[in-house]
Design a protein around this ligand. Structure first.
Ligand code: HQG
Length: 187
């Protein structure tokens, strides 16, 4: 696939798994899983140029680890796939045990700072707050919202010591329920 088509497919598949399964004609269970075969059918309905092989290549090679896959265990069990993070639909992802750096980062638009100072980082339209492991990655996330993002540092070590849970779904994304203002350094 061309880069443009690959991005289009990635966006549709992420959207179907995170935000609009019903519109895409798939069913997602309480842990976010759907059948690869059903998602492939949705992809084929949406794009005449894409099929199951393109879908499988996409989910197996996503650079950010956006997708998780189970190969069917036992006879007749289906291959399943889910988004590792980013959901707005109500799903419960079992906690993963990954090491968490002492400091995490979050890139945002300057227009959000006043409200972030007051109420901390909130999940907004998603189920979780999304954090980054490096300033550089946080900046790139913020650039999805604005040309000149602000990068906030998050005191993850103290959050963990205080009992907050931080997961690492995918390869470069950390998630948590909320980051109260006390753990944030806002420039
Ligand atoms: C802001 C991408 C006002 C927050 C990325 C952000 C990420 C507040 C926006 C993933 C606020 C939500 C998610 C508050 C937070 N007041 N604004 N109290 N608290 N905000 O897109 O983190 O490429 O839902 O700063 O890499 O930007 O799709 O979250 O600007 O991992 O795989 O509300 O999406 O991953 O925006 O990005 P989003 P995000 P993918």
């Amino acid at each position: 696939l061309s880069g443009a088509r690959r991005r289009q497919l990635s966006k549709f598949v992420s959207g179907a798994l995170r935000h609009f399964p019903a519109d895409a004609g798939i069913e997602v269970d309480g842990q976010g899983w759907t059948r690869v075969a059903d998602l492939a059918s949705a992809v084929e309905r949406k794009y005449e140029w894409a099929d199951k092989r393109h879908l499988e290549a996409l989910i197996d090679t996503d650079p950010k680890g956006r997708f998780e896959r189970t190969s069917g265990e036992g006879r007749g069990a289906a291959d399943r796939v889910r988004a590792a993070y980013g959901h707005s639909i109500d799903v419960t992802l079992e906690a993963t045990e990954s090491p968490v750096p002492d400091t995490l980062y979050h890139g945002t638009a300057p227009r959000n700072l006043e409200s972030i100072r007051a109420e901390g980082l909130q999940p907004m339209s998603r189920q979780q707050v999304h954090l980054s492991g490096t300033r550089r990655t946080a900046r790139a996330v913020g650039e999805r919202h604005t040309a000149e993002p602000v990068v906030l540092a998050v005191d993850a070590a103290t959050m963990l010591a205080d009992g907050y849970r931080i997961a690492k779904p995918g390869r470069e994304t950390y998630t948590t329920d909320v980051v109260p203002p006390t753990y944030l350094s806002v420039p």
